[in-house]
Design a protein around this ligand. Structure first.
Ligand code: HEC
Length: 206
């Protein structure tokens, strides 16, 4: 090591000390990070452990996703507070079919959930089959409509909605779709009529 190497560079402060070691001719000054930086570093590690435990271990803190789910559920509960107990069964679907307010809510779902984009605005058939006639492929009874909407059909060409719609929304839109039967509108679905002619819905009297 020449004496030149020990001379601090002109822009260095006098307190800069060369450390004793040298690797491949590279030496370094003993310049520790400022204490505020070291503290910040240590605190960020402590913080990350607290964060991990708070949000991801047990049920202590809710993540933004959990908050979103809770808010969605609260919103659905508030929205559907007045509609009573609807189940995915024929009596509930008949109830929807005979209640103009519930039918209007079902139509809102049909329009908002993009059903109309495939089945046509009046459900007469577009790239999805006509829902206003007596012919169905995946449906024989009223609850089958709920099932098709929940699970999808045709290997996913008809999407599954159970993760995207509230269970009550599915029953409302199923009742709305069932109520369209018998209008026999003319659509443009290429395979019309699609499926088999099925037995009429049970007595529609409330
Ligand atoms: C991406 C296009 C698409 C969207 C969006 C869509 N569907 Fe479908 N739907 C289809 C297709 C295609 C079929 C036929 C599936 C098959 O061949 O089995 C179908 C089938 C159905 C059936 C059964 C018809 C039968 O003959 O068995 C019902 C009921 C239905 N859809 C209701 C809905 C409702 C309600 C929505 C909205 C929540 C919806 N669909 C959204 C394309 C769509």
């Amino acid at each position: 090591m020449s004496s030149e190497n020990n001379t601090p560079a002109p822009d260095k402060q006098p307190q800069d000390q060369l450390l004793a070691h040298e690797y491949d001719g590279i030496q370094e000054y003993d310049n520790p990070t400022p204490s505020w930086w070291s503290w910040l570093f240590a605190l960020s590690i402590v913080f990350s452990v607290c964060y991990l435990v708070y949000y991801h271990v047990g049920d202590v803190g809710a993540t933004i996703y959990e908050n979103l789910d809770a808010a969605k559920k609260a919103n659905a509960d508030r929205k559907f507070a007045g509609i009573g107990n609807l189940q995915p069964d024929a009596p509930s679907l008949l109830k929807v079919m005979n209640d103009p307010d519930l039918l209007a809510m079902g139509k809102d779902v049909f329009d908002a959930a993009l059903c109309a984009s495939c089945h046509g605005p009046n459900a007469a058939g577009l790239v999805g089959p006509n829902l206003t006639d007596d012919y169905y492929k995946n449906v024989k009874t009223l609850p089958d409509i709920v099932h098709v909407i929940e699970e999808g059909a045709g290997n996913g060409i008809m999407p599954a909605w159970k993760t995207r719609l509230d269970p009550k929304e599915i029953i409302l839109v199923a009742g709305y779709v069932a109520s369209l039967r018998g209008q026999n509108l003319k659509g443009v679905y290429p395979n019309d009529p699609y499926g088999q002619k099925i037995a009429p819905w049970p007595d529609q009297a409330p």
